[in-house]
Design a protein around this ligand. Structure first.
Ligand code: PEP
Ligand code: MG
Length: 585
């Protein structure tokens, strides 16, 4: 096969580094479509499932269309033309109408009905020689494939089976998809959709996989097996690179390796500011595979263990023993350093099929029955997790961290449940933490930040989650690449909420940390220290850079700059004041 022409695409560089590899297209695999008969009384339910899938597909296409509008001239027109054709197919087409009739008349499940209708349409087209019509059949296949993937909830080609050296290219990837990527096999990934602060991006950084999201036009060009370079530093993707281009990237990659080697030398240096104040640097952990990196980075503990990994990519809820084994391994590997285990923060973009099916669609809404709300509404799942955490606490210091708290009642109820489970385990003579672990809360809902003075009376510590705090304060979906430019933790509203929460904690005398992505960005270190924060938790890969930065900071200068910044009303000016301060280092 002759190599194709070099093409360059732009997107959001969400995870740094340069990766070289071969395209592994996510959507090209066939989906196993379940087929079954439905009872007469269940026909309406199937029709509703199909309707929801049509709405979902329309939404996907709408997002792709808005992205396509930003492409240069001809490419934009062509993509929009194609996507319009897809939208029409979802309106009143033979595909959708046919599938509806099959559900009602043949009483079969929705995905089987779409598949059957597609097969019949394909058979009709098969006899036509016209290339225009052949292309229309591809369009119908794309739309039918979308509907089927939306109906079969864990549907697509598993990225876990991609050949060694693959770079995954997909329309969109969920955090659960990303969690399946083994960095020893997968070199990086690129998608057409997705924002820089979503969990897919966080997972990419955690795994050290160079990644670019939101490159809308990429999918219409790449083919399985194409050579590809991902430039996660600059948000660029090169397909079929010329030898001269590849050489430039090879050089940049070498430079990156050098910088990392130098930064890693900070591992044994103390984490203190110029004037000798110690700053605790802990690691955020999303997957157990990261623990090695946590050790190498010299983290003083795990400041945020996102426990969702135990629930992802499976159809059932993990048992207490299973969760306990996972957590015990993590606690033991930290060798006496504390592990802050956040209880289940499922919801929004982070979905677990088991919980979604059991508890319904509200779980998938950013404002719905998610995180602590889900735990308190369905205490069985929560109590199982509590028991596993308490048992893991017998092997090293653990702390409970409650996500998405918005009022004191939630904290009190969670505390009661933790106490109840502890008593039950003690009665049964099960070995648990000798001392009751501290119970802290995430401050990531604006209402929680504004009532942090009251919450500080009930919680043992605060962990400020700047990712969601920014999203909810500014009403900006952190996973939506179209509003990524508006997502700004330096917005004065966000900073005021951080300051207000931190001061509530100082007044009450409880510990406070920052564990959102802001904590791992050295541009923000001086500001957070200036606001009084002395505990930062971040992806292990960010620790060396943040340590290097804080070692150059003079605390009283940082405090003076923070005071000036907190008087500002414009985020542009705040960014400038911070940049100027950082440039002095
Ligand atoms: C946050 O919201 O800032 C946070 C740390 O939690 P997550 O990113 O898992 O939502
Ligand atoms: Mg959060």
């Amino acid at each position: 096969m002759t190599p194709g022409k070099e093409q360059i695409f732009e997107g959001l560089g969400v995870s740094p580094g340069i990766a070289f590899g071969t395209v592994h297209l996510r959507e090209s695999g066939s989906v196993v479509v379940p087929e079954y008969k439905v009872a007469a009384g269940a026909v309406d339910k199937e029709l509703t499932r199909l309707k929801k899938a049509v709405t979902g597909a329309r939404r996907q296409i709408g997002r792709l269309k808005s992205k396509a509008k930003a492409l240069p001239g001809g490419a934009s027109d062509e993509m929009i033309y194609l996507l319009d054709a897809y939208s029409q197919m979802l309106e009143n087409s033979r595909l959708v109408r046919g599938a509806e009739s099959r559900i009602s008349d043949d009483r079969i499940n929705a995905e089987a009905a779409v598949q059957a209708e597609l097969s019949e349409i394909s058979a009709t087209f098969a006899n036509m020689k016209d290339s225009y019509l052949a292309a229309r059949l591809d369009d119908i296949r794309d739309v039918a494939g979308r509907l089927i993937r939306l109906l079969v909830k864990s549907p697509r080609k598993s990225v876990a089976r991609a050949p060694k050296g693959s770079i995954i290219v997909a329309e969109d990837l969920t955090p659960a998809d990303t969690a399946q990527m083994d960095p020893a096999r997968i070199a990086g990934f690129a998608t057409a959709l997705g924002g820089a602060e979503g969990h897919t991006a966080i997972m990419a950084r955690a795994l050290g996989l160079p990644s670019v999201l939101g490159a809308a036009d990429l999918l219409s060009v790449v083919r399985d097996g194409d050579a590809i370079i991902i430039d996660g530093d600059r948000g660029r993707i090169v397909v079929n690179p010329k030898p001269s281009t590849a050489a430039v990237y090879e050089r940049r990659h070498e430079e990156n390796v050098d910088v990392t080697r130098r930064l890693n030398r900070t591992r044994n240096q103390p984490s203190v500011t110029q004037d000798g104040t110690h700053v605790t640097l802990q690691a955020n952990v999303e997957l157990p595979v990261q623990l090695n990196a946590v050790g190498q980075a010299g983290a003083e503990g795990v400041g945020l263990l996102r426990s969702e990994f135990m629930f992802m990519n499976r159809d059932d809820i993990p048992s207490e023993d299973e969760q306990f084994e996972f957590l015990k391994d993590i606690v033991e590997s930290m060798d006496g350093r504390p592990v802050t285990i956040r209880t289940l923060d499922i919801g929004g973009e982070k979905l677990a099929t088991s919980l979604l099916e059991e508890f319904g669609d509200s779980v998938s809404s950013a404002l719905g029955l998610r995180a602590i709300r889900l735990s308190l509404a369905h205490t069985q799942v929560f109590e199982t997790q509590i028991a596993a955490i308490l048992r893991a606490g017998a092997y090293g210091p653990v702390r409970f961290l409650l996500p998405m708290v918005s009022n004191t009642v939630e904290v009190r109820r969670a505390k009661e449940l933790i106490k109840k489970v502890a008593s039950r385990l003690k009665r049964r003579k099960v070995r648990i933490a000798e001392k009751m672990p501290p119970i802290g809360i995430m401050i990531e809902v604006p209402g929680a930040a504004l009532s942090s003075d009251a919450l500080a009376q009930t919680a043992d510590f605060f962990a400020i989650g700047t990712n969601d705090l920014t999203m909810y304060t500014l009403a900006i979906d952190r996973t939506d690449e179209q509003v990524a430019n508006l997502y700004n933790p330096l917005h004065p509203a966000v900073l005021r909420l951080i300051q207000f929460s931190a001061e509530s904690a100082f007044r009450t005398g409880i510990p406070v940390s920052v564990c959102g992505e802001m904590a791992g960005d050295p541009r923000y270190t001086a500001l957070l220290l200036g606001l009084g924060i002395r505990d930062l938790s971040m992806g292990a890969g960010s620790i060396p850079r943040v340590k290097q930065r804080l070692r150059s900071i003079n605390l009283s200068a940082a405090e003076a700059r923070a005071r000036v910044i907190m008087d500002q009303v414009d985020s542009g000016r705040i960014a400038m004041l911070l940049e100027d301060f950082n440039a002095l280092a």
